[in-house]
Design a protein around this ligand. Structure first.
Ligand code: TYD
Length: 138
């Protein structure tokens, strides 16, 4: 499966909390053009259900607990984001589903490009076809 979990640098200071940070093209392998975050999702709700053709992303959860399911068309893996220091770097097309496991959990994304609906694959069968076509082209 083509993703990496990364350890986001986090400084925990006694009694005054934690501070996490990453730098584009140093800690993550691409320039950042867009940041977005998803809030106020009730526990038990799933979002996502899409893949991106070109977009590269770092996913992280600074607060709460979210299960990220990644699928390359053959295998599926679940990754739990439950600490500000945990991140997932996705650099190739993977189908993703995100399940909110705790109330008020926040999902943040640093992305390599501006929003473009053309970059989305929102149909799972279409994603499978996209992956097959990619394999044949290689
Ligand atoms: P979407 O990526 O489909 O969210 P999720 O997969 O979590 O359900 O985005 C939801 C809506 O927000 C969709 O109509 C597109 C819009 N959107 C933007 O306009 N700009 C953005 O940067 C993003 C991420 C989404």
């Amino acid at each position: 499966m083509q993703y990496r979990t990364i350890d986001i640098k986090t400084i925990n200071q006694e009694g005054i909390g934690g501070l996490s940070f990453f730098e584009a093209e140093k800690d993550i392998p691409f320039p950042i053009k867009r940041i977005y975050y998803i809030t106020d999702v009730p526990m038990g709700i799933k979002r996502g259900f899409h893949a991106h053709k070109e977009l590269k992303q770092l996913l992280f959860c600074p607060y709460g607990k979210i299960c990220i399911t990644l699928d390359d068309g053959i295998n599926r893996e679940d990754i739990i984001l439950d600490a500000p220091s945990k991140g997932i770097v996705i650099e190739s097309p993977l189908w993703r589903e995100m399940l909110w496991l705790e109330e008020n959990s926040v999902l943040c994304v640093a992305a390599s490009d501006y929003y473009s609906e053309q970059d989305y694959i929102r149909d799972y069968d279409e994603f499978i076809e996209f992956q097959k076509a990619k394999e044949i082209a290689q």
